[in-house]
Design a protein. Structure first.
Length: 143
């Protein structure tokens, strides 16, 4: 009986879809539906290109009224939160410290931003730093 319970527990954990965690360490289901455009943004406080890009990214999303789901690849929430606070960036972020949620989204490099429409279908993908002030980027996201 114990062996069966252990096997079922291992299967349940293995079959659970990867989810990032909030500031309290609780797993969060990420819903990419609903908003006209949702930007799923992977970043980290230790990533130089991320640090440089993040203020412009946040301004871009605010200017165009886009929903942002930010996922930090930092080891813990305080590291990400400290960077955001020190740079006066107002952005809620989730943590993917083991990279499972990023792997599920085929993230190979950070920063990576994936744009989704209201139905949760991918509009476009940026696997690198982006010049968020470039009108071509706006056109790619706001099709």
């Amino acid at each position: 009986m114990r062996r069966t319970a252990a096997i079922l527990l291992v299967l349940a954990v293995a079959c659970t879809p990867p989810r990032p965690h909030n500031r309290y360490g609780l797993a969060v289901d990420v819903d990419l539906h609903g908003a006209p455009v949702t930007l799923l943004h992977f970043w980290a406080a230790w990533c130089g290109p991320c640090r440089e890009e993040l203020p412009r990214f946040v301004a871009f999303a605010a200017e165009h009224h886009m929903r942002v789901v930010a996922v930090s690849m930092d080891r813990d929430y305080p590291s990400a939160e400290r960077f955001l606070r020190e740079h006066d960036i107002d952005m809620e972020t989730l943590i993917d410290d083991r990279g499972r949620f990023a792997a599920k989204n085929h993230v190979r490099v950070i920063p990576t931003t994936i744009a989704y429409d209201a139905e949760g279908k991918m509009i476009d993908r940026f696997d690198q730093s982006v010049d968020w002030s470039d009108p071509a980027v706006v056109r790619r996201v706001l099709r």
